[in-house]
Design a protein around this ligand. Structure first.
Ligand SMILES: NC(=O)c1ccc[n+]([C@@H]2O[C@H](COP(=O)([O-])OP(=O)(O)OC[C@H]3O[C@@H](n4cnc5c(N)ncnc54)[C@H](O)[C@@H]3O)[C@@H](O)[C@H]2O)c1
Length: 335
């Protein structure tokens, strides 16, 4: 059986989750870990090559797949270099910090044959998969009337001060929206239909003087199917709980909350799905890394396209970037 050698670049909070996912995937082999901070490599398995410079990863011809788990400002430059060196890429979200960066990456991707998997792993949660299936097949729900998303998380001053790149336009590219809400924006676009316009506002409610960027945002979306959507998200809430999505239909409400899918009608409430229960990392990150990474390696082995690809992520990345443009220019942005 062919196994693909993986290198994880960036071994901070999320790098170890990629390690677990690679170790659990039958078509992947953890070959190298790279971090330019030696402390982050302390305690790593000695069977694995340890690199301190990304150039060593690029130069190692045994490496087939590079997982980019570094700060946002390094995503596109590192993905571009990886593709130029013939490597497949697993790219942590966000895909890019700006439209220019996004088009740079797409251009490089189109020149090559390697694949890029984007870590919008919540798409693979059992409840989200079930929700998508019901939207497609369950005619008894009736017409979809509206979709709403809520994310109430907590980020402390210490969280931002611990890592120098966080909370800054130049290195994080924004705050709550590009880092935390990016997942829920992606899911609203996926489940509601394609978003065609964005009207958003942003503010810094709880961390003025600590971060340059937003900790709170809301948005109004119009979809190509004439449906409407609303989003409220903040990092100013006391605990971080799993985010919620509600979809109102003529005959029922589908609610994703508590890592479960509920179907609610006038006289009944049922739980239709639970998310995967094996959790690594924080519960509110969702547990989809394992499945998303495994889907990618399985697709590499079978030469199939059944994974969260760069192409699949472009529209929701543009929606996320349009939220910034709308908030900055105080106007509706058409995609
Ligand atoms: N998909 C998710 O649910 C999820 C969850 C958490 C984080 N993330 C994303 O993962 C990425 C990393 O986030 P994090 O929280 O792990 O950040 P982090 O700051 O904890 O880790 C980043 C690591 O990258 C290393 N690094 C920086 N520059 C480097 C370079 N030039 N070469 C090699 N290593 C370098 C740092 O030393 C650090 O160890 C971000 O894009 C973040 O948005 C995604």
């Amino acid at each position: 059986m062919k196994k693909f050698n993986a290198a994880i670049v960036g071994f901070g909070a999320v790098g170890p989750i990629h390690q677990k996912a690679v170790e659990e995937s039958k078509y992947a082999n953890l070959y190298a870990i790279c971090d330019n901070d030696p402390k982050r490599l302390e305690g790593c398995n000695s069977d694995v090559k340890l690199y301190s410079d990304f150039k060593q990863v690029l130069a190692d011809s045994n490496i087939h797949v590079i997982h980019i788990c570094t700060p946002h400002y390094l995503h596109v430059p590192m993905a571009e270099e990886a593709l130029k060196h013939g490597k497949h890429v697993v790219l942590e979200k966000p895909v890019a910090m700006s439209k220019d960066e996004l088009s740079t990456l797409i251009k490089e991707y189109e020149k090559n044959t390697q694949k890029v998997c984007v870590m919008l792993q919540n798409r693979t949660n059992n409840s989200i998969v079930k929700m998508a299936e019901l939207i497609k097949n369950d005619k008894s729900l009736g017409k979809m009337l509206g979709i709403a998303g809520f994310l109430t998380w907590h980020r402390t001053p210490e969280y931002y001060m611990h890592d120098d790149w966080r909370g800054k336009w130049k290195t994080e590219g924004g705050g709550l929206v590009i880092n935390q809400a990016v997942h829920i924006v992606d899911l609203l676009n996926l489940l509601g239909g394609k978003i065609k316009s964005v009207t958003a506002s942003m503010s810094n409610k709880s961390l003025p003087g600590v971060i340059e960027v937003e900790d709170t945002a809301d948005a109004f979306f119009e979809f190509e199917n004439q449906m409407r959507g609303c989003l409220y998200c903040t990092n100013a809430y006391p605990p971080s709980s799993p985010f919620r999505i509600e979809i109102n239909f003529e005959n029922a409400l589908l609610r994703y909350a508590d890592n479960r899918l509920y179907k609610i009608t006038d006289d009944n409430a049922q739980v239709l799905a639970f998310d995967n229960t094996t959790l690594y990392g924080k519960s509110y990150w969702g547990s989809g890394h394992m499945r998303a990474v495994d889907d990618f390696y399985t697709s590499l082995a079978a030469d199939k396209g059944d994974y969260i690809s760069l192409e699949d992520s472009i529209h929701s990345t543009n929606v996320m970037l349009a939220m910034y443009e709308s908030a900055k220019e105080n106007k509706k942005i058409f995609l």
